[in-house]
Design a protein around this ligand. Structure first.
Ligand code: SF4
Ligand code: SF4
Length: 439
């Protein structure tokens, strides 16, 4: 039986609609809104001014401080504003660029360089220069993850290809389309870490991806030890701690990090971007995403320029069939609901969903009936029902005693609750209030 973790849920997969859609390119937008913060950490500092002419892939925001990431222009053109725009990270400053001139082939078709001759430091510097961040959604700067503190001895790189969120198929299609590139990206990342062991975890509902990648590893005749392993299809199989436990039976301690158990985790999309950054010196200014949901006319998997708005994407995908009840960046379980079509796609956007009322629960919630389903579903052994009750009566002290900071915000508890109680929101609320109290 495929390995897995305790708890979790089985929401409808809803992947059929796009899983056979090969990648296609959306048209280059005439205007891009490129936020200076598309990552965890400090925003980048703008290094261009209004009126400047920029090329595709040019640095427009320089990383600031130890945890930050560079930001690059996704289209050639003129900087027409540096303005505040709505983003998934709330309001952010963004460089607004209007397309001018032609696309420079040099940014997308560069000569491949021999990364095998590069030092670890050179590889990591290229990843830093290219502004690579985790593309699975967390958007943590990758170069920072690749340089753990000296007391953390890393022995395994785990590549997250689980893609356990319903609707999303971009990682599945990426692995099936670019298996050799993914294998090379893993080799580069292993070299950056100075280790030789990697495990790729893919849910067993993606049999084609498992077969294709296993074949690519066998065919590559490489020195590194790369295993491709099937995982039980269960949400949230792709959450870092659950993935590590499933593959290695190692438990990341409460409030700890994967590096505490000798592991670095990278998403398959990040591995692909690492290869482009190191072997082709290509900055991260475009990515693949899934566009899906019952309201979009042409669902699919698309390559898009970062900073392209939802409105432009909708137009490119044939428009909407009706007024969406919800537009979600990411998957329906962990994604962020957005309220404007002006929202730009950022580095961590793995998909955009357009869902009708039929697909979205809008019922009022009721009282807890003590059924225990939320406790059974919680992958980190929390008591979501008790945390919610504590928050409702203003007892933050009780909530804190129930280990609220171990919550991984997977939403499994809310999903299974027969009273439709928004349990994960209560947990987040308690975290926010406790953090504020401690300031
Ligand atoms: S309490 Fe947190 S970790 Fe547990 S099921 Fe709810 S959202 Fe997931
Ligand atoms: S699932 Fe809902 S009703 Fe059941 S124990 Fe949890 S909060 Fe109460």
């Amino acid at each position: 039986m495929s390995p897995t973790f305790r708890g979790g849920i089985h929401p409808p997969e809803s992947k059929k609609v796009t899983e056979d859609c090969e990648f296609s390119n959306l048209s280059i937008p005439s205007k891009c809104f490129i936020p200076l913060q598309q990552h965890t950490g400090a925003p980048a500092r703008p290094v261009v001014n209004i009126g400047d002419i920029v090329t595709e892939g040019q640095l427009i925001g320089a990383s600031e401080g130890p945890v930050s990431a560079n930001v690059h222009s996704s289209i050639p053109g003129k900087v027409v504003a540096i303005d505040t725009v709505p983003t998934v990270y709330h309001l952010q400053r963004a460089v607004v660029i209007e397309m001018e001139g032609s696309l420079s082939a040099s940014a997308s078709v560069r000569d491949k360089e021999d990364w095998r001759g590069m030092s670890r430091e050179e590889i990591i510097q290229r990843i830093r220069d290219a502004g690579i961040v985790g593309l699975g959604g967390a958007a943590f700067p990758t170069a920072v993850k690749l340089v753990p503190p000296p007391d953390k001895k890393i022995d395994t790189l785990i590549i997250n290809g689980a893609e356990c969120e319903p609707y999303l198929t971009v990682d599945d299609v990426l692995v099936r389309t670019f298996p050799a590139e993914i294998v090379e990206g893993i080799q580069i990342t292993l070299k950056a870490l100075g280790i030789a062991n990697a495990i790729v975890g893919i849910e067993d509902n993606k049999g084609r991806a498992l077969r294709v990648l296993s074949g690519a590893v066998k065919g590559a005749a490489i020195e590194e030890r790369i295993q491709v392993r099937g995982l039980k299809t269960k949400y949230p199989q792709g959450a870092e701690k659950q993935l590590i436990y499933s593959l290695l039976r190692r438990k990341v301690p409460s409030r700890g990090l994967p590096m505490d158990v000798g592991v670095v985790v990278q998403n398959v999309g990040t591995i692909y971007a690492i290869r482009e950054a190191v072997a082709f010196k290509k900055p991260l200014f475009e990515r693949y995403i899934t566009v899906s949901g019952d309201l979009i006319n042409r669902p699919g998997n698309y390559k898009i320029r970062l900073g392209m708005t939802v409105a432009d994407i909708v137009e490119e995908c044939g428009g909407l069939k009706g007024e969406p009840e919800k537009i979600i960046f990411g998957g329906p379980m962990c994604g962020v609901t957005v309220h404007t079509m002006d929202m730009p796609v950022v580095k961590g956007t793995s998909g955009i969903l357009f869902l009708s009322k039929k697909q979205v629960s809008v019922e009022d919630f009721g009282p807890c009936i003590k059924c225990g389903r939320c406790v059974k579903a919680c992958p980190v052994n929390l008591m979501p029902c008790d945390i919610a009750s504590a928050v409702e009566v203003g007892r933050l002290d009780l909530a804190e005693g129930l280990s609220v900071f171990d919550c991984i915000m997977c939403g499994s508890c809310s999903y299974v609750c027969p009273s439709r109680r928004p349990l994960s929101h209560f947990v987040r609320l308690s975290q926010d209030r406790l953090r504020k109290k401690k300031k």
